[in-house]
Design a protein around this ligand. Structure first.
Ligand code: 5AD
Ligand code: SF4
Length: 461
């Protein structure tokens, strides 16, 4: 690679992966690369992967096989993220045209790895169809630190894509080892950034004009500040408050919370600090104690209900959303009914539903009593139907109310603006041509119609 070094990056998965990609892009740009929007234009093709569910690894190998023909054009390939960490060097065996395999716990070493990659000779197009292994395919650069690293991927070169809302990772990795989950194996052990460094980033973002910050981590509630003297170290709730008090910041969100570590102080913080949004995502996974125990979730339904009660007794109208897995091994009809009944009891504002899928290395692989796929599909359908009814009712209560929204975009075909409420609800709205709202600003909108997943309204002038 010489002169103009270009790269193309494709990202799959959660917000954490999306934000990792923003940091990877920033790092590459700092190393003299230019991002391009098509594979054809790129010298280096990177693929940031997710392996949380389904047959993620097969999909990655299929995509890599599609890319193979581009090798004859001298392009280089790298696999990043969770599938990279999970499959490791096996990727080189199945896709010999790949030169770089790097899990998220090794991103701090990216600059060195890029330098190594630049020494990889480009494939000679004349030899492209020979069956011999080429020089390029023999160079294998790996960053597979797994659970060894204590370092967070901190960089000052984050290339944020949205100029108004930005992510900040506060904690990486996970030590919970829920029985179904691949994350502790792909993202390494839990490690927190210092509150000083998080706050410095938040202030810098506010100076750049960001008004919304989303704090990210696999389990933000087990955040442990290691800065300074122990007396000055912040708990997660204290960090939330401090970020919420950064001048210029109007909204702070956080995800994901783990019920075991979710303290009442978080609810108190939301009540006390107006910039903290009225929304908590608290994944429950199942309403049955038997299944929660098999999942090794470390809490009971009753403890989860206690946390819900804290939120419901708050002064603020906190929207609650959750994740549910159906068809975990051994989940009986009765267990599933308990989950349905939890949905009624809590009255969630949104539920992300998943069919259990076995993941490599996880303890649940050895469990008996797998649930047939048709039954998982039936339960998923029943759950989504029940939740839809709940949401229809919940969204109706906003009819006629006025909500402050951040203007996110314009839907040209519908001639509507897309807004987001503090509760993380989508509130689409119309505005007269004389009062065109600016993207990224906050306006008041009166809700005139409600749907199961969104609200519709008119700009209040
Ligand atoms: N199968 C199905 N869903 C899963 N999730 C995590 N691992 C699995 C799995 N093996 C879901 C959980 C988690 C969300 C991010 O993905 O509900 O909260
Ligand atoms: Fe996975 Fe459980 Fe960690 Fe969440 S808390 S990332 S579900 S192991």
């Amino acid at each position: 690679m010489s002169g103009d070094k270009t790269f193309y990056l494709e990202t799959f998965g959660c917000q954490m992966n999306v934000h990792d990609s923003e940091k990877v892009i920033g790092t590459l740009v700092h190393e003299g690369y230019r991002q391009v929007q098509t594979v054809e234009q790129a010298d280096l093709i990177l693929y940031n992967t997710c392996s949380i569910r389904d047959k993620a690894e097969q999909k990655v190998f299929h995509r890599l096989a599609d890319f193979k023909k581009l090798q004859s054009q001298g392009k280089k390939f790298g696999v990043l993220g969770c599938v990279a960490q999970q499959e490791g060097e096996k990727i080189f065996e199945r896709a010999p045209h790949v030169s770089l395999v790097c899990g998220s716990a090794s991103y701090t070493n990216l600059p060195q790895m890029l330098k190594q990659l630049e020494t990889v000779p480009q494939e000679n197009p004349k030899e492209a169809h020979s069956s011999k292994l080429t020089a390029q395919s023999l160079i294998r650069i790996t960053g597979l630190d797994d659970r060894a690293t204590d370092k967070c991927f901190e960089t000052e070169f984050t290339a944020r894509t949205n100029p108004h809302r930005g992510y900040i990772t506060i904690i990486e990795g996970c030590d919970k080892f829920c029985a179904y989950c691949v994350v502790p194996f792909t993202r390494g052990k839990e490690r927190s950034r210092t509150s000083e460094s998080v706050l410095a980033e938040a202030r810098q973002m506010a100076d750049l004009g960001y008004t919304e910050i989303q704090l990210l981590g696999q389990n933000v509630n087990s955040y442990k500040d290691s800065a300074g003297k122990s007396a000055s170290r912040k708990s997660f709730a204290e960090l939330l408050v401090a970020v919420g008090e950064v001048p210029g910041i109007k909204r702070v969100r956080f995800t994901t919370s783990h019920p075991r570590d979710f303290g009442r102080d978080i609810v108190d913080a939301i009540d006390a600090v107006p910039t903290l949004c009225d929304h908590v995502h608290l994944p429950v996974q199942s309403g049955s104690n038997k299944v929660l125990q098999a999942m090794q979730r470390l809490y009971t339904r009753e403890q989860y209900e206690e946390r819900i009660a804290w939120m419901k007794s708050a002064e603020r109208d906190i929207a609650i959303t959750t994740d549910v897995i159906v068809g975990f091994p051994g989940e009986s009809d009765q267990d599933f009914m308990e989950t349905l009944n939890l949905l009624d009891e809590v009255g969630y504002d949104g539920v992300f539903t998943f069919k259990y899928s076995p993941r490599p290395n996880t303890p649940a692989l050895s469990l008996q009593d797998a649930i047939p796929d048709e039954e998982k599909s039936r339960r998923l359908e029943a759950l989504m139907q029940r939740q839809k009814e709940i949401q229809i009712k919940r969204y109706k209560k906003y009819l006629g109310t006025t909500q402050e929204v951040m203007v996110e975009a314009k839907n040209e075909s519908r001639k509507q603006w897309i807004g987001r409420t503090t509760q993380n609800k989508t509130l689409n709205f119309t505005a007269p041509e004389t009062s065109v709202p600016q993207i990224g600003t906050y306006v008041n909108v009166k809700a005139t119609q409600t749907f199961p997943n969104s609200l519709l309204g008119e700009l209040v002038i």
